[in-house]
Design a protein around this ligand. Structure first.
Ligand SMILES: *[C@@H]1O[C@H](CO)[C@@H](O)[C@H](O)[C@H]1NC(C)=O
Ligand SMILES: *[C@@H]1O[C@H](CO)[C@@H](O)[C@H](O)[C@H]1NC(C)=O
Ligand SMILES: *[C@@H]1O[C@H](CO)[C@@H](O)[C@H](O)[C@H]1NC(C)=O
Ligand SMILES: *[C@@H]1O[C@H](CO)[C@@H](O)[C@H](O)[C@H]1NC(C)=O
Ligand SMILES: *[C@@H]1O[C@H](CO)[C@@H](O)[C@H](O)[C@H]1NC(C)=O
Length: 304
């Protein structure tokens, strides 16, 4: 007889422990490791606009791929049906391609893509040199403007631009590929230097043919650096690269059992998990397996 009363009471107290856990576990810790593992292990093609999609893989993230599958500072966003990368220096780049083998990203300054004429009088290109550097396939061109009367449309490196409000002012200018700093300063005493722009080696032919806009729109390549050595090592031991959920600046190797700082353990299987993750009303809740098995047993008794 006693059992009939004590069992529901015991169950009630376990349930209240349960809800206590739900309330005290802060939201950022609510994503369980199993969830992170499954979110990051699949391939993800980010669909933005009508193209074929962009393959998003570590260290990049964005769309429905969470930040913890990549690294802080590597978000790809879909804006105006285009892939964008917004650097911490607040300059916006359009992402044209990512090659994970090299690893290289092809980007173009968003303002140059939209209207290079209004962009050439603005600031130099600016990106986070801690995580990006120019690839071998990049050359600098220097654009000089307000050179009226000096340069003619017959010159292959000539360009003209509509400037000012309403575009009434027309300026003529020219561009030079890879000129040394000394010569730049001499030239900019005479003409106004607009900006120095990185272009692809492959675009130099366009430039020689006088097609400045075409060359600029091909963008340029940067090598990205995001702990690429640890990632390679992590993959080699069967892991998936990601970052710490509570600190996405920290690399972690997502291994089948638990996250590791660098690589997955090799050799005999590791000890079983002591913690399990369960979803309750949509919220993943961490409970110890002891409480869980008690609950399951008591639940069984109650049904009978
Ligand atoms: C993107 O990069 C891949 C891998 O390097 C390459 O095969 C592909 O041709 C590139 N696509 C474009 C549009 O440049
Ligand atoms: C996407 O990139 C990953 C990482 O390099 C690669 O393994 C995978 O084959 C790529 N998938 C597609 C569809 O390009
Ligand atoms: C292009 O210019 C940038 C910044 O001025 C410089 O860091 C880079 O080395 C230059 N690249 C080449 C290929 O000259
Ligand atoms: C560039 O200017 C420096 C002084 O600023 C001068 O010594 C040098 O001769 C000039 N070079 C050219 C090619 O005009
Ligand atoms: C993730 O970061 C937290 C807080 O910095 C730390 O306590 C935890 O050990 C880290 N997790 C891993 C797997 O490194």
């Amino acid at each position: 007889m006693n059992n009939h009363f004590s069992q529901p009471i015991a169950l009630l107290s376990k349930i209240s422990i349960f809800f206590f856990l739900i309330v005290v576990v802060p939201p950022s810790y609510c994503v369980g490791y199993d969830e992170q593992l499954s979110a990051c292990s699949g391939k993800y093609i980010f669909q933005c606009g009508s193209g074929t999609g962009l393959n998003i893989s570590y260290p990049f993230w964005g769309g429905t791929r969470p930040q913890y599958c990549g690294r802080k500072g590597f978000e790809i966003r879909c804006q105006d049906n285009q892939y964008h990368f917004i650097d911490s220096a607040a300059q916006k780049f359009r992402v044209l391609n990512i090659s994970y083998l090299e690893p290289i990203m092809t980007i173009v300054r968003d303002d140059l893509w939209n209207d290079y004429c209004s962009a050439i009088v603005y600031q130099e290109i600016n990106f986070n040199h801690n995580i990006f550097k120019y690839s071998q396939n990049v050359r600098n061109i220097s654009l000089f403007h307000h050179c009226d009367g000096v340069i003619s449309p017959r010159d292959s490196n000539y360009f003209s631009c509509k400037m000012g409000l309403g575009g009434e002012e027309i300026t003529t200018g020219f561009y030079v590929i890879d000129i040394p700093e000394l010569r730049i300063s001499n030239l900019s005493n005479t003409f106004q230097l607009g900006i120095k722009v990185p272009v692809l080696l492959a675009a130099l032919d366009d430039l020689r043919r006088g097609n400045l806009e075409q060359a600029l729109k091909q963008g340029f390549e940067v090598e990205y650096i995001a702990d690429s050595i640890p990632c390679v090592q992590c993959i080699a031991t069967g892991g998936i690269c990601g970052s710490n959920i509570s600190n996405t600046e920290q690399f972690i190797c997502l291994c089948p059992d638990q996250p590791q700082p660098h690589t997955c353990p090799v050799g005999p299987p590791s000890h079983p998990k002591t913690l399990k993750w369960f979803r309750l009303g949509g919220l993943p809740v961490q409970i110890s397996s002891g409480v869980l098995s008690d609950m399951a047993v008591e639940g069984d008794l109650l049904i009978r």
